[in-house]
Structures are given as structure tokens and as C-alpha cells.
Design a protein around this ligand. Structure first.
Ligand code: ARG
Ligand code: ZN
Length: 879
């Protein structure tokens, strides 16, 4: 059954107060709900039937206004309970029995190891009690949790602790949340947890207690998350004027969690992989991910909780805005350019692929079957790009005014994407009607740019044509509003100044933002003293594909001279793509392979350039991923592209062996002398060091293998250890790789997060990660298909990062994934519907592969029992 945006209606009834009591036992839990309700006064004074959501609940007791109801008074089915209110205001009492210990879907109330926890977004609350489980029903919550004291000494819920007590072997705690909220922000936790405590003084001088709860063995892994929390709380005050609004802010780490984390009011629940870290067990990448996710969930307190979504079609209202906020925070804490490169790379690899496939949908989807399927790259990452474009179009000051107005106007409300844009219109006076096509049209726009220089009149014309491919249900697209940031370079590499005719927005004399709003447009610059080389879409100013016919010399020139760091990197990418594509063509036609030397020369210049920081150097010499290269091809040819890519990498390693070796030695020595800290400059050094080592590994030299083993054994931090391990695993030195893997597994057998890394470094390796080995990994005692992190570490790593093996020509990779999807679907539908993603891209591959992939999809579709989640994905994929 499809839910449609156009069918939205206000709720018939409201819930002013929600009083919950949880009685937790080992084999079941009782949930008592006391709801204070009223007819929605906006809708009239008739009394329609009250329809409550409820799934997998065993109803034990129901009373309205203290009158016990019997089966004749209400109707129940698998998803709803309906009854007839007799008065506009009434109370409803219910008791249900649930079985958290058997809840493998990890939605609603469930057990993760020994602890009880919840995940309610989007529609998990209905698995806890009968309720109006929709975000526009906002209620004040009082929650009592009762459990055995010894097993569950810590009892938590949203808001402030107002009472607690002990009764025999059991104890209880009552929490009250002073802020009204929708049910999806509700949380409870019960467990034997230790905590780290700190405090934060807000801009108005209020003291906030900060507490991170973890299982006892992880108590030494909380400091980084705590530091990140304090930083992002300050940043949100300084950059957005947002202050925290409760006396306590809590984070709980749980091992079994479908997503990264959840912004429950005052009680964020995190996948332990997104909160726990220490240098000996966690890589730089993990430290950075924690910083950004802690910030993301914290920022939701305003962009999501204080102002929430009217309905789930508006999901990007909170997610797009919050991702934009967290990425700006990360940019401020680290290297802005590198953060932008990472985000653009991610978007272009994953979101562009989504936008080009059968599951493409707009930032505001018009319909869904299962909302869990819409926590996508499009809603999050493209949604963030849409907010970023507003920021670019309005400029930082007016954007901030718009954000202030949005929060002021809608505090305490459940609103829509239109309300967000309307606030931006109010402060800027701009008409953003056309801009809003970004919310309603799916697909990635394509820009084709040509130019013309008139030396005599010193005129320079840029012509841009925009188009957007058809997506499911949307054959024809209207032109988007697209900000194209750009500059002009002169023959010496200097920034050319010029005047942009009819400019709506001229940021500076030599850095412009062209605002595209038609299918075809010409922009003219006057007073252009020489033929310029354009630097286009600086900072990746819009989520589009831009084509301009650069020669390799021009790309090398931009890489050397562009003042925009992002576009220097982009020039290197384009250069690499051209060179690899050329080798692909040679392989395809069985011509001798000849790698153009331009890339090696450019990279050598980058490595020798003392003005570039190491983080940017690392990004520039880091090669386009296989997944990204495939995404650029009309029809993806995995094996051939992999071969070509490896050939070019080997050529670069040979050409640059000396400078890479010198660089590696210098950085490794430096690392030995330095106390590890997860900070930008060091992170850049380690990334460049790892990059150098991975090229050198291709040379199959004994001295390099020895150096890698030494780094693996001697490094005092996981970043260097894992990069060494990865090099060994992906090398021909398999006996050293095996020894290192055994040693690593012995050392970290007790730490599931480190074992995740051990699993994925193998599953992602095209050398070691043959299907048989991956199947073996799933027999390892540390593996469990019920744990989402393990599923991602093995199955996810194999199908997304080990493309040559996953796409093995006999189709065995597809059979494997379909098997796992089927097994998972019976346990955890959110996971099955997500892990299947690589198969949903079947139309991208060669006809033979297409047939093999489709066969597996059809087989899944024929299964006797499919979750709603998986059913929808298959339906849309095969439509
Ligand atoms: N709101 C959470 C976040 O963005 C994600 C929750 C996802 N829940 C789900 N059922 N898919 O951090
Ligand atoms: Zn979020």
C-alpha cells in the first residue's frame, strides 16, 4: 500500500500528555500507557473513530475514561486499533505485552546484549504501545522504567529525572521531558552501564550535565566523543545562535543498531561504532566520523526536535539541513577543502548512482510504501547540497537570518520543506519557487559548458546548457536553479579579473557565482585582457555533472595553479579518469597498454609542492575509486576497468617510486617521534603516508613488505596498523598477511569494533576476499548475522568495496548476496532492504551480468514471505 504526500491530512485527535510505565523482565515487558487526548480542535466537534497505530502488541487491558473496554468496544488488526470516543476530551489507558528479547528487527524496544534500548524513528513507537505514531502529533512525556536493580542499575528516558526508588529486588526511575515531542524522539534505556561525566556552560550561563553511557569495558573510549560534544555545542551557539534546552544531555552506546545514531530528545542513542574510540583501536577516519555524528545528532536538537517534520515526506527538512550543519562544523574543525572533497566524492559515487537507478526519488518523495527505505543518500546528502545551494545563493549573512527566522517562527511546530524555504524567502526577498524544483524533481542535472573568447573586444562568453535525465515516474524535467561558482585563470596561472555582465551576484572581482535558471544560457564577461582558462563549479557549488572539454594540458595547469583547492583536486581526478579511460580502450581493443605520462608528472609536482598541505596532497594522489569510475561509464565494465585502474596505479608507483619512498620514510619517521593525536595536521600526514605505502606495495619489493610488517608491528595507533595490514592483505606477500591477520585477531578478539575492521579489510580485498573466504569469515566466532555492524563489515564490504569479486562473471557474488538478503529479511527487514542495494543497480552492467542479477532479484521476489521493506525495494527495482 502506497502512502502519498497529496493525501496528507491533519490528525483527527491530539495527545496532550503521554504517561508510560515500562515493566521490564527477561522474557517479556509490559507497557502501560495513559494518554490524555482530545479531538483536534482545528477539525471540528464531530467525533470520528479514533485509529491508533500498533504492531506486534498483545493487548492486555484497554480503558477509556476509566471505563474498561471489552472486545466488542474496539477493533484490532495487525497494524491498528480503532474505537469510538464519546467525548471531545478523554483519557485512554492501555497495557500491552511485548517481547524485546525476541526483537531482531532492532526497531521499537529491543535488547542489545544485556541492555534494553529503543529505536523509534520513523515508526518504531507503534511496536511499543498503541499510539498516534506520526510526527505531527506532539505530546509531553512522563516515563517510568521498572527493572531488576542488579541487572539494570541504570534506567534512562528523555528529559529530567524526577523520582526514583527501590522495591525489593527491583527499582524504578521516572523521567519527565518538559518539551513536547513526536513519538519518534522517545527513548528508554536500561542496563548495567558506566558513564563519563562532564559539563557545559551555555551562552546564557546555564550548566548542562553531559553524560556518555557505555558498557564497562568501553569506559576508556568516551573522551573523544565528549570533546566533540562540547565543541559542537559551542559551535551551534556561535554559528547558529542555538542553545541547549535541558539540564542534562545523554549519549548511550549500543552494539546492535541499524543506523549510525538517533537524536532522541536529551537521550541520543548511538551505534557504538559511532561513539567509542581510542588511538590503539580506532583509525583517524573513525575519530572524524565520531566528531561529525556526535555533532549531527546534537544539532538535531534544534533542526529536528524543536522544529520537527509534519510528515515523513519532509524527512530532508531535518536531515538535509542537519547534514549541512554537521559538514560545516567538520569543515571548521578540520580542513575545509578536504571535507568538501570527501563529501563531493561520496555524493558523486553513491547518491549519483542512486539518482540514476530504479530507486531514484526526489529530495521530497511524493510517495512511499515503507518510510525506512527513504533514509537515503538523496534525502541526506543531496538534501544537504540543496541547503548548501541556498546558503550560496543568499550568502552567509542572509542565510543565517533565514535560519534564525525559521527557528523563531516554527519553534515547537511540525513543519514542511516549504516552511524552511519560505523563511529564506522572507529574509532575502528572493522568489525561490523555481529553486524548489530541487525538492520535487529527481535525477542529477548535467551541465554542458562551452566558451568563446573575443580578443578584439576583450569579451569572454560562457554558454551553459542544462538537462536532467528521466527518472522513474518523471519523464520530463523543468530547468533547475543552479549556482555555478567559477573563476578565470590567465596564462601565468594568475586569477583574471573581469566584469560579469548583468551579474545578479558577483562575489568578488575574480570569483563569480553564475545563477543558471534556464535550459540554455549565455554569460558574458567584459574587460577580459587575455584568453582565460575557466575554473568551473568551484567548491562543487551544485550537485550536478559538469562537462567542459578540457585538454590534459589544461587539467595539469589547473592542478598546478587554481586558487580553489577543490578544483585542483578535481582537475587531478579528471586527468586520472581520462588516462584510465584511455587504458580501458587499449585493453578493450587488445592494443598495447601505454599509460600517458602526464599524470605521473603532475603527481610528482604535487608531491614536491611545499605549499600544499599533506591532507590535500593525499587527496590529489588518491586515485578515483573503482566505484566512481564505473559510475561515469555508460555501461559499467567492472573487470576491465579494474584492470585498467590497476595498470595505471602500477605505472604511477613505478614512475614515482623514489619520491614516494622518500616521502614514506620521512612521514613514518616523523610519526614515530610524535605522540598520536586525532587532529587535522597529523591526520593529513598519516593519510599521505598510507597513500604512499599503498602505491609502493604494488612494486612487490621485499624491502617494502618488510617496512610494512614493521609498521604493522611497531605502530602505537590503529590508523598506521590498519593501513599496514590493508597493504599486506592486498599484496602478493600473503604469508606475511596471514601472520598479521592471526596476530591481529588474537590481540583484539574481545573488541567487536576492532574485529569489524579485521573482517572488512579482508572482505573488501580483491586479493584475499574471494567468495569462499568471505563465507569462511561468516563462520568466525566473532561474526553474527544479527549484528548490523558485522553484516556491514563482511557482506557490505564484499559487495560494495570488492567489486571484482562481487561481480565475478559466474554470478556467484549475486547468488551469495541474494542468499544473505533472504536470511536477513526474516530477522531484520531494514537491513535486508539496505544490504541488497548493489543488486538494485543491475541495469548498469553488461547484458550477461544484468541477466544474472535480475535472476537473483526475481528469485527473492518469489519468496513466500517478504517484509514490506524488501517488497517495496524489489517492486521498484524490477518495475
Ligand atoms: N534520525 C537519525 C539520524 O539521522 C536516523 C534514524 C534512522 N532510522 C531509521 N529507521 N532508518 O541520525
Ligand atoms: Zn539525522
Amino acid at each position: 500500500k502506497l502512502i502519498r504526500l497529496v493525501d496528507y491530512q491533519q490528525p483527527d485527535y491530539l495527545i496532550d500528555e503521554t504517561h508510560l510505565t515500562f515493566e521490564l523482565y527477561e522474557d517479556y515487558a509490559l507497557v502501560h500507557a495513559h494518554l490524555v487526548m482530545q479531538r483536534n480542535p482545528a477539525l471540528g466537534c464531530d467525533l470520528p473513530r479514533l485509529v491508533l497505530d500498533g504492531v506486534e502488541l498483545q493487548l492486555l487491558h484497554l480503558a477509556m475514561d476509566d471505563q474498561v473496554l471489552t472486545a466488542a468496544d474496539y477493533q484490532v488488526d495487525a497494524e491498528q486499533l480503532s474505537l469510538q470516543p464519546l467525548r471531545p476530551s478523554f483519557t485512554l489507558d492501555s497495557t500491552v505485552r511485548i517481547e524485546p528479547q525476541n526483537n531482531t528487527a532492532l526497531e521499537g524496544l529491543y535488547k542489545s546484549g544485556e541492555m534494553f534500548c529503543t529505536q523509534c524513528e520513523a515508526q518504531g513507537f507503534r511496536k511499543i504501545t498503541y499510539y498516534l505514531d506520526r510526527p505531527d502529533v506532539m505530546s509531553s512525556f512522563t516515563t517510568t522504567v521498572i527493572a531488576e536493580k542488579q541487572r539494570y542499575p541504570i534506567l534512562l528516558s528523555n528529559g529530567n529525572l524526577i523520582e526514583e526508588g527501590v522495591e525489593d529486588k527491583r527499582h524504578w526511575a521516572t523521567w519527565q521531558d518538559p518539551h513536547k515531542k513526536p513519538a519518534y524522539l522517545f527513548a528508554v534505556v536500561a542496563g548495567d552501564l558506566w558513564s563519563v561525566e562532564d559539563s557545559f556552560t551555555t551562552m546564557n550561563g546555564r550548566e548542562v550535565t553531559l553524560r556518555i553511557f557505555v558498557e564497562p569495558e568501553n569506559i576508556d573510549k568516551c573522551q573523544h566523543a565528549m570533546n566533540s560534544l562540547k565543541k559542537c555545542m559551542r559551535w551551534d551557539e556561535e554559528q547558529y545562535g542555538r542553545e541547549y534546552d535541558l539540564d542534562i544531555f545523554m549519549i548511550v552506546a549500543v552494539n546492535d543498531f541499524n543506523m549510525g545514531a538517533m537524536e532522541n530528545k536529551g537521550l541520543n542513542i548511538f551505534n557504538s561504532s559511532c561513539v567509542l574510540a581510542k588511538p590503539e583501536t580506532s583509525t583517524d577516519a573513525i575519530f572524524q566520523r565520531i566528531e561529525s555524528i556526535v555533532a549531527h545528532e546534537y544539532f538535531h536538537n534544534w533542526s529536528g526536535n524543536r522544529v520537527t517534520c509534519r510528515d515523513w515526506f519532509q524527512l530532508s527538512l531535518k536531515e538535509g539541513f542537519t547534514v549541512f550543519r554537521d559538514s560545516e562544523f567538520s569543515a571548521d574543525m578540520n580542513s575545509r577543502t578536504v571535507k568538501r572533497i570527501e563529501d563531493a566524492t561520496f555524493l558523486r559515487t553513491h547518491q549519483f548512482a542512486e539518482d540514476a537507478g530504479p530507486l531514484a526519488h526526489p529530495v521530497r518523495p511524493p510517495e512511499y510504501m515503507e518510510i525506512s527505505n527513504f533514509y537515503t543518500w538523496t534525502i541526506y546528502e543531496k538534501g544537504a547540497e540543496v541547503v548548501r545551494m541556498l546558503h550560496t545563493l543568499l550568502g552567509p549573512e542572509r542565510f543565517r537570518q533565514g535560519s534564525d527566522l525559521y527557528f523563531e517562527r516554527h519553534d515547537g511546530q511540525a513543519v514542511t520543506c516549504d516552511d524552511f524555504v519560505a523563511a529564506m524567502e522572507s529574509v532575502s526577498g528572493m522568489d525561490l519557487t523555481q529553486f524548489k524544483r530541487w525538492y520535487s524533481q529527481a535525477g542529477t542535472p548535467v551541465l554542458r559548458v562551452t566558451d568563446e573568447y573575443d580578443a578584439e573586444r576583450q569579451l569572454y562568453h560562457i554558454d551553459i546548457a542544462q538537462s536532467c535525465p528521466a527518472t522513474p515516474g518523471q519523464a520530463n524535467k523543468q530547468p533547475f536553479v543552479i549556482p555555478v561558482a567559477m573563476g578565470l585563470l590567465g596564462a601565468e596561472g594568475q586569477a583574471l579579473s573581469a566584469r560579469l555582465q548583468d551579474a545578479e551576484q558577483c562575489v568578488t572581482q575574480d570569483n563569480w557565482v553564475l545563477t543558471l535558471n534556464q535550459a540554455q544560457q549565455r554569460f558574458t564577461f567584459t574587460e577580459v585582457s587575455e584568453r582565460p582558462l575557466p575554473s568551473l563549479l568551484r567548491g562543487f557549488s551544485a550537485p550536478v555533472k559538469l562537462h567542459y572539454d578540457y585538454s590534459r594540458e589544461q587539467l595539469a595547469f589547473l592542478l598546478q595553479h587554481d586558487s580553489d583547492g577543490f578544483n585542483r583536486w578535481e582537475a587531478a581526478q579528471q586527468l586520472a579518469v581520462q588516462v584510465i579511460e584511455e587504458v580501458c580502450e587499449q585493453l578493450r581493443t587488445h592494443a598495447p597498454v601505454q599509460v600517458d605520462g602526464c599524470l605521473a608528472q603532475s603527481f610528482a609536482a604535487v608531491l614536491n609542492n611545499p605549499h600544499l598541505d599533506t591532507a590535500l596532497q593525499a587527496e590529489i594522489i588518491s586515485f578515483p575509486s573503482l566505484a566512481y569510475l564505473l559510475e561515469l561509464q555508460e555501461q559499467a565494465d567492472v573487470q576491465l576497468t579494474d584492470k585498467a585502474r590497476e595498470a595505471v596505479r602500477l605505472y604511477l608507483a613505478e614512475q614515482l617510486a623514489e619520491p614516494l619512498q622518500a616521502l614514506y620514510n620521512r612521514l613514518r619517521e616523523q610519526a614515530k617521534q610524535t605522540q598520536y593525536r586525532p587532529e587535522a595536521e597529523q591526520i593529513g600526514n598519516r593519510r599521505l603516508q598510507a597513500m604512499a605505502l599503498s602505491y609502493l606495495t604494488l612494486l612487490q619489493r621485499d624491502d617494502i613488505v618488510a617496512a610494512t610488517v614493521a609498521q604493522f608491528e611497531q605502530a602505537d595507533n590503529m590508523t598506521e596498523r590498519l593501513s599496514a595490514l590493508s597493504c599486506l592483505v592486498n599484496s602478493t606477500a600473503q604469508s606475511q598477511a596471514q601472520a598479521a591477520l592471526v596476530q591481529f585477531a588474537e590481540e583484539f578478539a574481545h573488541d567487536p569494533l576492532v574485529m569489524d575492521q579485521w573482517f572488512s579489510v579482508q572482505a573488501a580485498s580483491s586479493v584475499l576476499g574471494e567468495l569462499a573466504h568471505v563465507r569462511q569469515l561468516m563462520q568466525h566466532p566473532s561474526f553474527s548475522i544479527k549484528n548490523p555492524n558485522k553484516v556491514r563489515a563482511v557482506i557490505g564490504a564484499f559487495t560494495q568495496h570488492n567489486l571484482p569479486q562481487f561481480h565475478a562473471e559466474d554470478g556467484s557474488g549475486y547468488v551469495f548476496l541474494a542468499e544473505q538478503v533472504a536470511a536477513l529479511d526474516a530477522l531484520n527487514p531494514q537491513m535486508s532492504a539496505r544490504i541488497i542495494t548493489p543488486l538494485t543497480r543491475w541495469q548498469r552492467y553488461t547484458p550477461a551480468q544484468q541477466a544474472l542479477m535480475r535472476a537473483q532479484l526475481e528469485q527473492l521476489q518469489a519468496l513466500p514471505k517478504l517484509s514490506k521493506d524488501l517488497y517495496e525495494v524489489l517492486e521498484r527495482t524490477l518495475a
